[in-house]
Design a protein around this ligand. Structure first.
Ligand SMILES: Cc1ncc(C[n+]2csc(CCOP(=O)(O)OP(=O)(O)O)c2C)c(N)n1
Ligand SMILES: CC(=O)[C@@H](O)[C@H](O)COP(=O)(O)O
Ligand SMILES: [Mg+2]
Length: 650
């Protein structure tokens, strides 16, 4: 593709430098002024491309100069660039030969929204989940030294990602190991939401305090002037130096951890960035470079509200108007609204979010009950254990968490919540396929890793109205942890009951009568099964559809009844086929020594499912009405059932 066509005329500006960049080595011949012009062209490109595809605009606009300076100063892929989360690597992708793929960003079979090793040799570390970069950096540095190589290892971590426990664990180890590596803190004072926590407060102090902002060199010069002569005076001198350091040297916390702190440096000033990296190159051991950036830099709407523009759907460039498809309320919205209703009734309810207040639909709740919504930062493990303690003190915590991020808290769920049998309610959002974020974010493992834990109750609603009833069920359940999981899609637009009635624990419902063959489905798959039943009905086949709304406990009575009737069945779920509801059904029959019942599994196969729309992901894995029809017909041919015992109205 001709790179000259990359920048449209819409902006009236034509890119001059950008079309010439096919690989990062070409940057080295540019002057700082040219790099600055290139930064403007990159921004224009991103603003235009993402207006069509959507994506993580604000984070990427903030790191344009930083990424340019890194590629200018170092030699990727020999030097290893590790991007934390990996949502802010668009500029890196542009500079490493992928400019022509931006029209396919996050699209099915298109370019991934995160760092992806199969896309480029310059992508050395994949992520999607936060706070892994520092562990990756020390791992690569140790390996480099053992291999006797001498490349640089550079981790770029955001201030949000720095709130994650893993990052602290890694810093602790990095300071101990004293390997040569560079940690770049991209501090834009934002996680997705405004950042939280004591570390955030500490960084803000460095940012804003004029004393702290003094150049470190200047301070060191001052300190050197304190006489270094023997005896009392020397002792006093060194104590004084230490005190002054604590008072005046920025980043002393990182210095005390064993990293050389450089900064804070303006992350939009390429000249200063280059100077700082040169300085860093002269340091032995780990260096911590504190870079200050503005999230959304260069696009007014994104600068003004980077929260909204963190991950954005397509928009109009001129007005910044976001083009959202109108549809039924999302499950998340119904969750948020219902939580307020329940919160009015029960003051013990406390919502806990690990850094996803808006994504989890909790903003209205936090506005209504400011003291009862806690954002703990990117700290899923801590959130889970804290919820256990809240519950043990008589509160009713709702751990609102994306399925994928809950993976972080597995041990805390086992050890602190389930073992204590604490009354924690889990609101597991993004359960099932999530669409354009792709494989790192799919919510398809939680049934498998939750249902085997003693004391856990787990359910999934067939529609948003049932979600409301499940939330009431959870609130009234006082026998231990209970989870309701729901997908990242619009609801069905069903009527929402005002009066909420608890559902009997472990009771499934038959939503369509049938004979001989049944689909046991959960969540949105119930709708898919009903569509399949409609298609089969036209062929005279009466498929029973069961809303298997409890993943644990199972409706054993219904399962025994189905077996007694000789019903052959498909278990349909948007969850890993291994270990989820289908496995639970098979385990149940095996435990009862029932081996005649034919059970076929339709779930997510044993591989990671890439980005695309939810529809495409379902099609790829056969979780569609057509897929169910095919599977039922296969069952019919392998295990014919004598149809005709029951009469159905036509
Ligand atoms: C374990 C985990 N929890 C939550 C998230 C969701 N998440 C993605 S980016 C992000 C904010 C990261 O903030 P920061 O590192 O400062 O990057 P910025 O977008 O500000 O550049 C969050 C909370 C995640 N990716 N991983
Ligand atoms: C990078 C990241 O992890 C988040 O920004 C994520 O993309 C948010 O996903 P939702 O759009 O589902 O809230
Ligand atoms: Mg940030």
């Amino acid at each position: 593709m001709d790179n000259h066509t990359l920048i449209t005329k819409e902006s009236g500006e034509i890119a001059v430098l950008l079309p010439q960049i096919n690989e990062p080595g070409q940057l080295k011949s540019l002057s700082v002024d040219e790099l600055t012009s290139l930064a403007a062209e990159i921004r224009q490109f991103l603003i235009e491309k993402l207006s069509v595809t959507g994506g993580h605009l604000a984070s990427n606009l903030g790191v344009v100069e930083l990424t340019l300076a890194l590629h200018y100063c170092y030699n990727s892929p020999r030097d290893k660039f590790i991007f934390d989360v990996g949502h802010q690597a668009y500029v890196h992708k542009m500079l490493t030969g992928r400019m022509d793929q931006f029209d396919t960003l996050r699209k099915y079979k298109g370019m991934c929204g995160f760092v992806k090793r199969s896309e480029s040799e310059h992508d050395v570390w994949e992520a999607g989940h936060s706070s892994t970069s520092l562990s990756a950096a020390i791992g690569m540095a140790v390996a480099r030294d053992l291999k006797g190589e001498n490349n640089k290892v550079i981790a770029m971590i955001g201030d949000g990602a720095l709130t994650g426990g893993m990052a602290f664990e890694a810093l602790n180890h990095i300071g101990h190991e004293q390997k040569d590596l560079m940690v770049i803190l991209n501090d834009n004072e934002m996680s997705i939401a405004p950042n939280v926590g004591a570390m955030h407060n500490y960084l803000s102090k460095i940012r804003s305090d004029r004393h702290y902002l003094r150049a470190k060199d200047e301070l060191e010069m001052m300190l050197k002037k304190i006489p270094a002569i023997g005896g009392m005076l020397a002792k006093t001198g060194s104590r004084l130096k230490e005190s002054l350091k604590y008072m005046m040297v920025p980043g002393v916390l990182f210095e005390e951890l064993g990293l050389t702190y450089l900064g804070p440096v303006d992350g939009h000033d390429i000249h200063k960035l280059i100077e700082t990296f040169k300085q860093a190159d002269n340091v032995r051991g780990p260096v911590f470079v504190h870079v200050l950036t503005t999230k959304g830099k260069g696009y007014k709407p994104a600068e003004a509200d980077s929260y909204k523009w963190h991950g954005i759907t397509p928009y109009k460039i001129e007005s910044g108007q976001v083009l959202k498809s109108v549809g039924n309320p999302m499950y998340t919205d119904v969750f948020g609204k219902t939580l307020i209703e329940l919160g009015e009734q029960d003051s013990r309810i406390i919502a806990v979010t690990p850094a996803m207040p808006k994504g989890s639909g909790l903003i209205p709740f936090s506005e209504r009950f400011p003291d009862r919504m806690i954002d703990v930062g990117i700290a899923e493990q801590h959130a889970a254990t804290m919820c256990a303690a809240l519950a043990m003190e008589g509160m009713k915590p709702v751990f609102a968490v994306y399925s994928t991020f809950m993976q972080r808290a597995y041990d805390q769920i086992v050890h602190d919540i389930c073992r204590h049998n604490a009354n924690v309610m889990f609101a597991i959002d993004r359960a099932g396929y999530v669409g354009d974020d792709g494989e790192t974010h799919q919510g398809v493992f939680d049934i498998a890793f939750m249902r085997h834990i003693p004391n856990m109750v787990m359910m999934m609603p067939k529609d948003e109205n049932e979600l409301r009833h499940m939330m009431k069920t959870a609130l009234e359940y006082n026998d231990g942890p209970i989870a309701y999981r729901y997908p990242r899609i619009n609801g069905l637009g069903v009527h929402l009951d005002e009066e909420l009635v608890p559902i009997p624990i472990g009771k499934w419902e038959t939503v369509r009568e049938g004979e001989g063959y049944a689909v046991l489905a959960c969540g949105p798959m119930v709708q898919v099964a009903l569509e399949a039943a409609d298609q089969l009905k036209r062929e005279g086949i009466h498929l029973q559809v069961v809303n298997a709304r409890f993943m644990k406990p199972l409706d054993e009575e219904m399962l025994l009844e189905l077996a007694e009737n000789g019903t052959n069945m498909v278990v349909l779920e948007e969850a890993s086929e291994a270990g989820s509801l289908g496995s639970a059904v098979l385990e149940f029959y095996a435990s009862k020594h029932i081996f005649d019942t034919k059970v076929s599994l339709m779930g997510v196969p044993d591989r990671f499912i890439e980005h695309g729309s939810v529809k495409e992901q379902r099609e790829e894995t056969g979780l569609t009405a057509a897929g169910v029809v095919g599977e039922i017909k296969k069952l019919m041919s392998l295990h014919p059932y004598e149809i005709g015992k029951t009469q159905f109205p036509s």
